[in-house]
Structures are given as C-alpha cells and as structure tokens.
Write a new protein. Sequence first.
Length: 317
Amino acid sequence: MTADELTELAKLYHIDGLTQEELAQRFDVSRVKIGRLLKRAVSEGIVEICVRLSHPPDRTAALEKALIQRFGIKRAIISVDHRDAERQRELLAGLVARYLDQTLSDTSVVAVGMGRNVSTVPSQVVARQHRHCSFVCAIGGSYRGGEAMNADQTCRRFAERFGGESVTLYAPAIVANRDTRDALMANDTVRQSLTRAQQADVALVGVGDILEDSNMVRMGWFTQEEINAVRRLGVVGDIMGYDFIDMDGNLADTPLVGRVIGLTIEHLRHIPDVIATASEPTKVGGILGALRTGTIDTLATTESIAETVLGLDQSRR
C-alpha cells in the first residue's frame, strides 16, 4: 500500500469513523491486514498528519480563547467532534501527545494519573526525538479495571515512546482505612515515588463522571447506592479518580477520603502544568467543577464539550 493510500485509510478510520470491517470491504483486504496497516500508520506518523489536516486551528481558536479567558487557564486543546467514542478519545489523545512532544525536555518529570483518556495518549505519541523524561505514577494500582486503571502501565508505555524512565508507585490505589494508608505512606519506597510525583513539571490527569456504571463502581470502590448518595450531595465528577467535586469546584466528603494512595488536588496546585483530559459528553459537569477548582492549567476536550461547558458556566452565573 502506498503512502497516499495509507493516509486515506487512516483518515477514513480515525476521522470519518469507518469500522475495520467497512475498510476491509472498501480496500478488498482482510480485517487482520487492516489492523496491521492502521498500526503502521501510527508508527509512521501518518495518524498525526491526519489529525493535523482535519484540525484547522481557526475552527477551535475561538473556543480555546473563550476557555482561557473565562477560567483563567493557560491553554486549551480542543479536538474536532467525532461520532464514535473510541475514535474521539484517540483524536483528543493525539493532540495531547503532540503537545507533550512539543514541550517535554530531557529533564521533564511527568506525573501520570489513570483513566481511559490518559491511557490512550501513549499510543498516539509519534516523538520527534527520544529524550530522558521521567514518567511517575501519580496514584497506586488496582487489579480491577484493566490497563486504563493502572498508571504504572501507562507510564511504561510513555517511557517506551518518548524514552526515559517510568517510576512505579508500589502501592494499591485504595486501602481499607486511613490507618493502613498512613502506614503505607510512611514506607520509604512509597514516599520516594510520591515525592517525585509531587515535584513533577507536568501532571496528566483525567476528569471523571458520577454514574452508576462509572469506573469507580466497576473497580469496586463504590457501590451503586454509594454513587447515588454522592450524587445527591451535589457531586458531579472527580479529578484524579477520587477527589470528588461539585459544580462550583468544592471538594466533597466521600467514602474514599483518607483511603487513596496518590496525589491530591492540593498536590496538583503546586505542579506547573496540570493537563486535564476528557472526551465524554457525560463529563461536562465534572469538567466545569474541575476548572473552577483553579487546579487545571491545560484543558483537553472536544468542541461540543467546550461549548457546553461555557454555556453551563454562563447559565450558572
């Protein structure tokens, strides 16, 4: 397949939303070969080219400017909308990956959170050059939830793409009670990893929503009843997966308080560039709350979500 054909294939998949089965029929090849060609398009940087071509700056510049002025953030990264949720996540992750490639240096330290939007970014990295970055877990691990819910795996993939090292936080993400947490936080290995994360130049975190089928429920951190109880308190989302907030950016008292091993909102306030990424429309309230905490420096989201967040903020004013 020629470079032009590979570019067209990548565009149809990543931008236009055709499935691999549809592409197999159009190009008259097997679905397995389509999968291999799409991976080749990523490795050769063609996917990044497609994102750039489909993302003219003037289309989102007004939204980016409005978000910066309204919430006092340093920058906004806005992806064009896509009908397919997975493709939308990849498009946004591609823009975040490009931003990291433009800004990270040999000495950069990146604190990495968990979640699908965060874990998608490494696969979209097409680094111009390798560098000696450090990617540090900003939260412990969990045996539930898969790769997206383990910052350690995301850190390792970042290090493979950019070069440098990944730093593991050898602790569970959540423990039974505050005493257990305090004991683990006193451990030298755990404390050293968290100290490096606290001193990071960049933090990449997700914004969560409060739904009965949310990651918190799937991982067993909350029951559906507890999620409903939290929602009745006015909680609309979370930063980092466990710092729960209302729409005004106020922290809420939840069953996870004092039980999570990882960075908190207060730690994030001291990191120069906190990148919050979210591509799902269900997270509009959580994004608004996160912006109002004053913790976020860079917001990465979609056109439609950005418009809705601005409208919601205006209506509440």
